[in-house]
Design a protein around this ligand. Structure first.
Ligand code: NI
Length: 257
């Protein structure tokens, strides 16, 4: 059984064959998927998917690219969306200085406000952080988010040292297709040293397909390649990786069934 903790099946890349692919997922080892919002529109899409299919849960939140949506009204919309039964997290939220360096203050404010919302709703957070390690860790520390709500640093791209710090704070580390890339040295090291009890599987599909599908459209069906890589790095069998990461995801999203 596999739990995909981070996917975007509402993306237009799936418009042609979404229904058919979901049927294939249902017949596979993929048992649960959290579809993650990246702005107000895709947060609503995520809730819709969770209401339509047993397989899906939803996360609602605004990615740093759309930080300007996090107004009083935006927060109100997220709060309303979070009332849906299968909303299990606030995300994806965070900081991205790779794409945007000119609105750092706005990004930090949007991140902070959504952490406060997560605390108010007692929901874990899904953190997106790219080229913004120091500011991300500072905000997580100041808000005490790891201890109060917890969650995941998704698509982890920093050093093993930062991963260790994030785990100490109370976060899981999200590992996806990148771990299979030959040049992903830091992430491979991170997987080696972080306890399996702190790793969750994710695709971030349609992005970041693992080798040998790198560059193609990703889907949860390819998570078996990620499982295989983690098992190899840790010197354990694939079933152990699937079972433990499945349990981790249930714990992280506080799903108790
Ligand atoms: Ni994502």
């Amino acid at each position: 059984m596999i739990f995909d903790t981070h996917a975007h099946y509402d993306d237009e890349a799936f418009n042609e064959d979404r229904e058919q692919l979901i049927e294939e997922l249902k017949a596979s080892d993929i048992k649960r998927i959290v579809n993650v919002g990246a702005n107000l529109r895709t947060s609503k899409n995520s809730v819709d998917l969770s209401e339509k299919y047993d397989l899906f849960y939803a996360a609602v939140g605004v990615h740093p690219d759309d930080a300007d949506e996090v107004t009083d009204e935006g927060i109100e919309i997220l709060r309303k969306l979070s009332e849906a039964k299968k909303v299990v997290a606030i995300g994806e939220i965070g900081l991205d200085y790779y794409w945007n360096k000119d609105n750092m203050d706005l990004q930090k404010e949007a991140f902070g406000r959504q952490i406060e919302l997560a605390k108010e709703l007692s929901l874990p957070i899904i953190v997106h952080s790219r080229e913004a390690a120091q500011d991300t860790m500072d905000i997580l520390k100041e808000t005490d988010a790891g201890r109060t709500v917890g969650g995941v640093v998704h698509c982890f791209s920093y050093s093993p040292e930062i991963a260790t710090k994030a785990v100490k704070m109370g976060f899981y580390i999200g590992v996806g297709g990148v771990v299979t890339f030959k040049n992903a040295k830091k992430l491979k090291e991170t997987v080696e040293i972080i306890p399996l009890e702190k790793i969750v599987l994710e695709t971030d599909c349609p992005y970041l397909a693992p080798d040998p599908f790198r560059g193609k459209r990703n889907s949860s069906l390819y998570l078996e390649y990620v499982v295989k890589e983690i098992a190899g790095l840790k010197g354990i069998d694939e079933n152990t990786v699937m079972e433990q990461t499945y349990k981790n995801a249930l714990d992280m999203y506080r799903i108790n069934s």
